[in-house]
Design a protein around this ligand. Structure first.
Ligand SMILES: *Cc1c(COP(=O)(O)O)cnc(C)c1O
Length: 463
C-alpha cells in the first residue's frame, strides 16, 4: 500500500514512512493510493470476533506487507488488553434505534486511547527494526496528551514531551499526563493558550536542526495510523447491529474531523453507512461547511466540550481531496488559501459529494447541558459533554431511519464539574483511575516562547 499527499508535491511513501512522518513534506496529509476493500462475507466474518482480531485485519489492510501479520495481531492484543471492558468498545442502547458506542474504556478515559495504544506499539516495533529513537512532541487541549503519555510511557525507543496550556484543562485531564513516573515522559505547563502550544510545536518541526538532532515525530490526529485504528469500531459496532445486511448510521462529536473521517473510510471499504452526522459545539466550522458549503474559521469559543474547541479541522483536507476527485492541485490551492485567509468555498460538485454521506449539526452550551440531564433521566446513562453534543445532534437529525450509533468519546468523570452542574450527579472515576487525585504530579512550567521550549526539548532528548 502506497500513500500519496493530498497536495501532490511529495513522493508516495509506504505505510511506515507515512506514519513516522505524520505530515507530508509538501504540507499535505497522507492518504492511501486506493481504499482497501472488504467483501460482504469478510465483513460478516467480523461478527463475534474479539476486538483486537478485527483491529489487526482492518489495520493490516492499510499496513500491507510492511508489518508482519503475526506481529500486528500481537500488538493489537496488547493494545486493547489495556482497556477495562472486555468488549473494548461496547454498545449501550439509549433509544429504539439509538445506541452509544463507548470509546472511553482505555487508560486515559478518552477515545484517543483507541488509536494511541496501537500507535505506540507500532512506533516501538518499527523503530526497533530501524534501530532508531524518536522524540514525540505534542500540544494538547486536554485529551491527546493524556492518551499519548499513557501509551508511550516506559517505551524504549520514544521520548514524549507534552505541552499543555496551564490552567486551561481540567484537573483530571492534567493528572493523566503529570502523574506518569517513567523517565521518558516530560510534561510542560505552558503559560499561554492551546493555540500558543500548537504554534510552538509547529515552529519546532520547522527547525531542521532540532528536528534532526532529536528525530522529532508527531502523533496528532493527522497521523494516518490513528485514522486506520479508528475505522475499526465503525466495523465492530455496525456488525453488532446487523451489518453487512443492515445499514447503520453514525453520529460523531467532532473537532479535528479525524473520528468522523474514519467513518468515511469505513464506507469506502465496503461498510454500508447511509449517514454520518458531524456534531460540533458552538465552534461550528465543520457544521457550517457541510450545511453552507463555506469552510471558514471563526474565533475559538471556550465550551464545556473543550476537546472540540477547534476552528480548523485538519482532517477536512482529506475529505476535500476525495470529493474533488483526488485533484491535488485544487486541494493545495484551497488549503494554502485557507491558511492565508481563513475562508474558502467548497465547489458545488464537491459539496454534493460530501453531502452524499455527511450532514453537520451545531449544538449550543445550554442544549448540551440539558441533554446530559435528559439522557440520564430517560436512560440512566451519565454521558460526558462531548457525547451530549452528539446525542443532541441526533435528536435534530429527525430524517434518519434505521439504527444510529453515537460515538461516545469521553468518560463523564473526565469532566466532573460540568457534568455535575448539568445533571446534579457527580460521576466517579472507574476503579483503575480512582486514586488519580492522590498520585504525585511532576511537570515543568515554561513561558510560551518557542526558543525556550525548543531548548527544553533538546536537553530532555539528550538525557
Ligand atoms: C479529540 C476529541 C474529540 C474530537 O475528535 P476529532 O477526531 O478531533 O474530531 C471529541 N471528543 C473528545 C472527548 C475528544 O478527546
Amino acid at each position: 500500500m502506497r500513500y500519496v499527499s493530498t497536495r501532490g508535491q511529495a513522493p508516495a511513501v509506504g505505510f511506515v514512512d507515512a506514519v513516522l512522518a505524520g505530515l507530508a513534506p509538501d504540507g499535505g496529509l497522507y492518504v492511501p493510493e486506493s481504499w482497501p476493500q472488504f467483501s460482504k462475507a469478510q465483513i460478516a466474518a467480523f461478527a463475534g470476533k474479539p476486538y483486537h482480531e478485527v483491529a489487526a485485519t482492518v489495520i493490516g489492510a492499510f499496513a500491507g506487507d510492511e508489518i508482519a501479520p503475526d506481529a500486528l495481531l500481537e500488538m493489537c492484543r496488547e493494545a486493547y488488553a489495556t482497556f477495562s471492558h472486555d468488549a473494548v468498545v461496547p454498545l449501550v442502547q439509549i433509544g429504539p434505534d439509538a445506541f452509544i458506542a463507548e470509546l472511553f474504556h482505555g487508560p486515559s478515559l478518552a477515545f484517543k486511547d483507541v488509536a494511541m495504544q496501537i500507535l505506540a506499539r507500532l512506533y516501538d516495533h518499527v523503530l526497533a527494526e530501524q534501530g532508531r529513537t524518536q522524540t514525540i512532541l505534542c500540544a494538547t487541549s486536554g485529551d491527546t496528551g493524556g492518551a499519548a503519555v499513557e501509551a508511550f510511557r516506559g517505551r524504549e525507543r520514544v521520548r514524549v514531551v507534552a505541552l499543555f496550556p496551564e490552567g486551561r484543562i481540567s484537573e483530571v485531564q492534567r493528572r493523566f499526563m503529570t502523574t506518569a513516573v517513567e523517565p521518558n515522559v516530560a510534561c510542560v505547563g505552558v503559560k499561554g493558550t492551546f493555540d500558543d502550544c500548537q504554534a510552538i510545536v509547529k515552529q519546532a518541526f520547522q527547525d531542521e536542526v532540532l528536528r534532526q538532532a532529536v528525530d522529532l515525530s508527531g502523533v496528532n490526529s493527522i497521523n494516518f495510523a490513528r485514522i486506520a485504528a479508528q475505522v475499526v469500531y465503525y466495523f465492530t459496532s455496525a456488525v453488532a447491529l446487523g451489518a453487512p445486511g443492515r445499514p447503520v448510521s453514525f453520529c460523531v462529536p467532532s473537532g479535528n474531523f479525524g473520528d468522523a473521517f474514519a467513518g468515511y473510510v469505513a464506507a469506502q471499504m465496503g461498510l454500508s453507512i447511509p449517514r454520518i452526522v458531524v456534531a460540533t459545539n458552538s465552534n461550528d466550522i465543520l457544521a457550517r461547511a457541510f450545511e453552507e458549503g463555506r469552510y471558514e474559521r471563526g474565533v475559538v469559543q471556550p465550551t464545556i466540550s473543550p476537546a472540540m474547541d477547534i476552528q480548523s479541522a485538519s482532517n477536512f483536507e482529506r475529505l476535500y481531496f476525495e470529493c474533488v476527485a483526488r485533484e491535488p492541485v485544487e486541494t493545495a490551492r484551497t488549503f494554502t488559501a485557507f491558511a492565508k485567509t481563513g475562508s474558502v468555498e467548497v465547489p458545488p460538485y464537491a459539496l454534493t459529494a460530501m453531502r452524499g454521506l455527511f450532514r453537520g449539526v451545531a449544538i449550543g452550551e445550554k442544549e448540551t447541558a440539558t441533554t446530559i440531564a435528559d439522557t440520564l433521566a430517560r436512560t440512566g446513562e451519565l454521558i460526558d459533554p462531548h457525547t451530549a453534543v452528539a446525542v443532541a445532534a441526533l435528536r435534530r437529525a429527525s430524517d434518519l431511519t434505521g439504527p444510529v450509533v453515537v460515538l461516545s468519546t469521553a468518560h463523564a468523570a473526565k469532566f466532573p464539574e460540568d457534568v455535575a452542574k448539568a445533571s446534579g450527579v457527580t460521576p466517579s472515576l472507574p476503579r483503575g483511575a480512582a486514586d488519580l487525585a492522590g498520585r504525585p504530579e511532576r511537570y515543568d512550567r515554561l513561558p510560551a516562547e518557542a526558543d525556550t521550549i525548543k531548548a527544553y526539548v533538546r536537553a530532555f532528548a539528550e538525557t
